[in-house]
Write a protein that binds this ligand. Sequence first.
Ligand code: SAH
Ligand code: SF4
Length: 383
Amino acid sequence: MVPAFDGSRNRRTRALLHWKDTVTASTRVDLADQTLDELETLVESLGHRRFHARQIVQWVWKRGVTDPFAMSDLPQTLRESLGTQAVVATPVLLREWQSDDGTRKFMLGLADGRQIESVYIPDTPAQTFCISTQVGCAMGCAFCLTGKMGLVRHLSAGEIAGQVRVLAGATGLREAPFNIVLMGMGEPLHNYDATMRALRLLAAPQGFGMTARRVTLSTVGLVPMLDRLAAEPFMPNLAISLHATTEAQRAAIVPPTKKYSLADILDACRRFPVGRRNRITFEYVMLDGVNDSPEDARRLARLMDGIRGKVNLIPLNEAAGIPFDRPSDARVSTFAGILADRGVVVSVRKSRGRDIRAACGQLIVEGHERRSPAQRLSEAMPS
Ligand code: SAH
Ligand code: SF4
């Protein structure tokens, strides 16, 4: 229901008419899903000066306030309007696990009862939030627990960025610099518009003021979306989940390869406007006896030719239901050595939070809807 405005002021009555156009009886505007421009328009339509939008951004993002009535430097009448007709939708912190290594995994509840997981990875000097872009994932990579869920639904921009609000509050980092990696549940380029909008929300200077270099987007490599990303004004660091050195090998473990080949993805990477001081990260999950041979390492080094890239080896995080094994440390270091000898920049990812199932590919929420792999793939492919 849309509560009545104080009709004694014409300006505000006009604002109400405009406001009624945008707020249906059952939907309130989510202040945490509005860009600064949109909030300025909203505030103006309510008969107030545009600069109040900046104050709202600060309350929501920097101070973690979700009740418009509590935004004490806004005019009383604006607070009343917002309090009755807007919300600050915030994922609810349902459960938290803390790893021996300091990593914390959070289960968050969404307005429709769905659940997602987000992870805080403490390090020096950088603190990192690993956030989700979808409930589940349609891509069905053979080694990933999230992929086993299938796609339940996309997250909205507010829900993607909202994870950072909740985690920054829970870890006391609202004022501290932190990094964000889009490496939680879901494929960010499959939920392109919401993901990019979330990054714009996070970049607002009155809020977290995230700069692009503090954000890393990890993708399985949906080529048309990679080309779209290449033209974005806010250009996060790019990480490509490669995982294989031949088309057949990749198609067997990363199903989208059937639509976008390894060669297509590497071409898109060659076109990608990587800054001169930057490199594309190529993530390579190592599966014992599948993609971790010395021959694979030599092929991978050749694939890196002509690309400003670096390889991040991720020894598999094993889990029940994942039909692969983690290679031995010796095998990982032989592989890394071959790459390094050929001049490839290479690192081995430390698995953080494995004891609480917070490491890469271990995020899964039970009780999800299941879809067949064929259904998932056809839903996943951008036309
Ligand atoms: N969908 C995106 C981002 C989320 S997955 C992507 O695939 O890039 C983030 C990273 O975790 C990816 O590199 C993915 O390959 C890796 N990952 C998934 N399952 C894993 C597992 N069981 N062990 C180690 N890394 C895994
Ligand atoms: Fe999806 Fe990434 Fe998991 Fe593949 S690895 S299923 S793309 S979340």
